[in-house]
Design a protein around this ligand. Structure first.
Ligand code: HEC
Ligand code: HEC
Ligand code: HEC
Ligand code: HEC
Length: 260
């Protein structure tokens, strides 16, 4: 009896371990950024994988013929470069670009809800390339979970559809070194007290805080907090924002010195 129980416990632990390692090994395949038919999210292609169906990386990258004007590497998607309303507030003092820049442009190519998921330059296989991909899509694939013609756009009312009005989103494309935030204890409106320093900020490449949050060419962009391939933290975050104890809001406290 006792041996049997131990056996069950062992089995339970063993299957937990198996499950954990499977989940870890999944990587992007186990995230909402797997838009192939066998993806785990609700928004994805309904055209079967293989045989004319999409591939996981193709929704964002192509090995050839990428858009070099977009900062995200080997970018395969149509993008918007105008028409956004940027964040503003009476207390904002950092310099915000007039329109999104950097990798944020790439994220918004799906997340602003105006460009089809399959608005791609280079579809899988031979000979279907265009350097002017239509925002309405370039494939014969069908989708589920999205909205609009062929369900090819981000779901209309979901929070994942940021829209083009970015005033209700954390500022992006903002120069970190120019931002200020008075701290309640210091009462002084200077960068050193309001914000933490990652050390010397590289103006043309990524600068990482020690925990992995980063500035991109000195700016806060979508990829400062998120890594679109990550499956270990919720919502593609670079670090866990909701763990126990002093890990709570760890993303925010990487930059903001809110010491009350
Ligand atoms: C949903 C869009 C998306 C998908 C799908 C995607 N990527 Fe990316 N990838 C990006 C973006 C955006 C960046 C830029 C990230 C940054 O600079 O912080 C990037 C950067 C990269 C980089 C360079 C930086 C790094 O993180 O190493 C590599 C390599 C890469 N992707 C490979 C892949 C491969 C391989 C796949 C498929 C298995 C894939 N990506 C799928 C969006 C995507
Ligand atoms: C190819 C289109 C595409 C691109 C490009 C893309 N995403 Fe997504 N993303 C999606 C879809 C589709 C979902 C799922 C939406 C839903 O279910 O409401 C999603 C979901 C998310 C989520 C929510 C994840 C969750 O678990 O709830 C985050 C966070 C996110 N994306 C961030 C980003 C960031 C940051 C970038 C750029 C680095 C990016 N995405 C680029 C298509 C994209
Ligand atoms: C300063 C950090 C930061 C920046 C910059 C940032 N995000 Fe996020 N984002 C977060 C955090 C933290 C969450 C998790 C919120 C939660 O748990 O509800 C999140 C959640 C999300 C979600 C999922 C929302 C939900 O509740 O399901 C999406 C989609 C998303 N971000 C996309 C983006 C895109 C696209 C950009 C750039 C335009 C961006 N984020 C910029 C920190 C950031
Ligand atoms: C990568 C660094 C970074 C991270 C991470 C970050 N922020 Fe920020 N945040 C900034 C910068 C820079 C500004 C612009 C401040 C300014 O110029 O006044 C800002 C602005 C803000 C503002 C608006 C300030 C204003 O005056 O309008 C709020 C509120 C805020 N952040 C909250 C958060 C929260 C909550 C989180 C975590 C989910 C977070 N931030 C994560 C860098 C960051």
């Amino acid at each position: 009896m006792r041996g049997m129980k131990t056996g069950y416990v062992f089995l339970a632990i063993f299957s937990l371990l198996l499950f954990a390692s499977a989940a870890q090994a999944q990587g992007i395949l186990g995230t909402k950024h797997n838009l192939t038919a066998t993806g785990t999210g609700t928004v994805k292609s309904s055209t079967p994988d293989g045989a004319g169906g999409p591939e996981v990386c193709v929704f964002c990258h192509t090995p050839h013929g990428s858009d070099t004007t977009v900062e995200a590497p080997l970018w395969n998607r149509a993008v918007n470069v105008s028409g956004y309303t940027m964040y503003t507030s009476p207390s904002l003092d950092g310099t915000v670009d007039a329109q999104p820049t950097g990798v944020s442009v790439a994220c918004l190519s799906c997340h602003d809800g105006t460009i089809a998921l399959d608005a791609l330059r280079n579809l899988p296989g031979s000979g279907s390339y265009t350097n002017t991909p239509a925002a309405t899509g370039t494939s014969a694939w069908t989708f589920v979970g999205g909205t609009g013609t062929g369900n090819k756009y981000m779901p209309a009312t979901a929070i994942t559809n940021l829209g083009m009005d970015l005033r209700n989103d954390h500022p992006i494309s903002i120069d970190y070194a120019s931002a200020m935030s008075p701290s309640a204890t210091s009462g002084v409106n200077d960068h050193a007290t309001g914000f933490k320093s990652p050390g010397v900020i590289n103006p043309t490449a990524d600068t990482y805080f020690t925990n992995g949050i980063k500035l991109s060419a000195g700016k806060v962009q979508c990829n400062s907090c998120h890594d679109p391939h990550r499956s270990d933290n919720a919502t593609f975050l670079r670090i866990n924002n909701s763990g126990a104890g002093n890990q709570q809001s760890a993303v925010c406290l990487t930059c903001h010195k809110k010491d009350g």
